[in-house]
Design a protein around this ligand. Structure first.
Ligand code: ZN
Length: 185
């Protein structure tokens, strides 16, 4: 029994370290591990050399609807659907971590900066789980994009097919996976 709890604790600490190194906020760490707030703060300081930012996460579903965040969120969520379907038994947080690494890797290939932080990606998955968000299919490219739940948009065209004029050149070549990972639902 004692041995088992030590192993469980090591697992929790390993997970916390991985999450902190990927930029997780304290609120995420408190939700996803059973370590005390004090221990998490200590761990955070040790790894980052600074205290974790204070305060609640300011996120709302609206952030995910703005142009560039919507494209990045949709890319991340396409990867996440792929990862979680591939291994349905894995804990959600592991699927998020794996998907987030793939998201960063994908952007790295194109020399593009990530827009989504790990904490935002985690929040996105939680919004989907609580049915606040869903995906909607672009009628032009067939890709699935993050949208408000219960907001049916006939004739929807995504931000890649129809970028706002302020966005400059369309950079759709960087996001081919959105369409590719999403064979008709
Ligand atoms: Zn489209």
């Amino acid at each position: 029994m004692a041995t088992r709890s030590v192993v469980a604790e090591v697992r929790e600490i390993t997970l916390a370290i991985e999450l902190i190194e990927m930029g997780a906020r304290l609120q995420l760490l408190e939700t996803e591990t059973s370590l005390s707030r004090d221990r998490l703060v200590k761990l955070y300081k040790e790894l980052k050399g600074a205290s974790p930012p204070k305060g609640m996460l300011p996120f709302s579903t609206d952030w995910f609807m703005t142009w560039q965040p919507n494209i990045h969120s949709s890319l991340f969520h396409a990867i996440y659907r792929f990862v979680s379907t591939h291994d349905p038994a894995q804990p959600t947080i592991q699927a998020i971590v794996k998907s987030y690494r793939l998201y960063l890797e994908h952007l790295g290939l194109h020399g593009d900066e990530p827009v989504l932080t790990l904490t935002r990606a985690w929040t996105l998955v939680r919004y989907f789980d609580s049915k606040m968000l869903q995906t909607t299919v672009c009628t032009r490219c067939g890709g699935r994009f993050v949208a408000h739940a219960y907001d049916s948009r006939p004739g929807y065209i995504c931000g890649l097919c129809q970028p706002p004029s302020r966005a400059g050149k369309t950079r759709r070549a960087q996001f081919p996976d959105i369409a590719r990972h999403t064979t008709a639902a």
